[in-house]
Design a protein. Structure first.
Length: 266
């Protein structure tokens, strides 16, 4: 059984489409969620069991005895129900972008780590370097006086503001290669306005290239995809959980195989 729940209505059906249409007929509106019921729920006891709908597992987790959130397919999106953020694979131009090489899916096998320091090691070097430079300021102020302190303070500032740029660049290089070793951003909590990120759609590796988690094929990895607004020549950033106003431009008329430049839009 499947259940669609939203503002002011809840409906069930033997299939996702049947539940969705029943939801619309019941006057359902606003943000809706599609959930698959446990195996022991039937049309005869579902009304009673919905009262026990406490914990919902994300898609591709849980078991036959769990309430599992299901990702709506394209046909359900086209019914006009508000399922939340439309993922890249449900947007126009997604398949064409794949065929043109503008979008690359995570590899089916664990990717080979890029040469050089992994992002996790970059982060350790950053904090170790800041600590070392900070500890040197006190003895150098005694030995070298104010000029030495100013030099160290300048090096500290250059390290603190310059090395994070290298770290962020490395994170994006890893993500473009189909994996991450360190999140680009943490999920927002409370009243934070930071974008939420979800990395379950890509490979998650350790600093030495060992697999921490394989990608969920039902989810789109964070990255740049055809804009849900259908903006020609632009790929929009998908965090794995939502769209943010950051774009990469490309020139399809030139037959390019990928994004050529990036631009941040506020």
């Amino acid at each position: 059984m499947y259940v669609v729940s939203g503002s002011g209505a809840r409906a069930s059906g033997e299939t996702p489409e049947e539940a969705a249409r029943a939801f619309l007929e019941a006057g359902g509106s606003g943000r809706a969620m599609l959930v698959r019921s446990p195996a022991w729920v039937t049309p005869y006891n579902i009304a009673e069991q919905l009262g026990r709908w406490h914990l919902i597992e994300p898609a591709a987790t849980g078991d036959d005895d769990s309430w599992i959130q299901v990702l709506p397919d394209r046909a359900l999106w086209d019914l006009g129900i508000d399922w939340g953020e439309r993922p890249p694979r449900m947007c126009d131009g997604y398949r064409a972008a794949l065929d043109a090489g503008l979008v690359r899916l995570p590899p089916s096998a664990p990717p080979t780590a890029l040469p050089g320091l992994a992002a996790t090691l970059h982060a350790k070097v950053l904090f170790i370097g800041v600590g070392v430079l900070f500890l040197l300021i006190v003895p150098m102020s005694t030995i070298g006086g104010t000029p030495a302190v100013m030099v160290l303070a300048g090096l500290l500032a250059a390290w603190f503001f310059g090395f994070p740029r290298l770290l962020e660049r490395r994170k994006w290089q890893e993500l473009d290669a189909g994996y991450i070793t360190l999140p680009i951003a943490e999920s927002s909590r409370g009243e934070s306005t930071a974008p939420r990120w979800d990395y379950r759609g890509t490979w998650q590796l350790t600093a030495n290239g060992e697999v921490k988690a394989a990608p969920d094929p039902n989810l789109d990895a964070p990255g740049y995809y055809p804009s849900p607004a259908g903006i020609p020549g632009r790929l929009n950033l998908w965090t794995g959980a939502q769209w943010v106003a950051e774009f990469r431009e490309y020139a399809p008329a030139l037959g390019t195989s990928g994004p050529q430049s990036s631009a941040r839009s506020s």
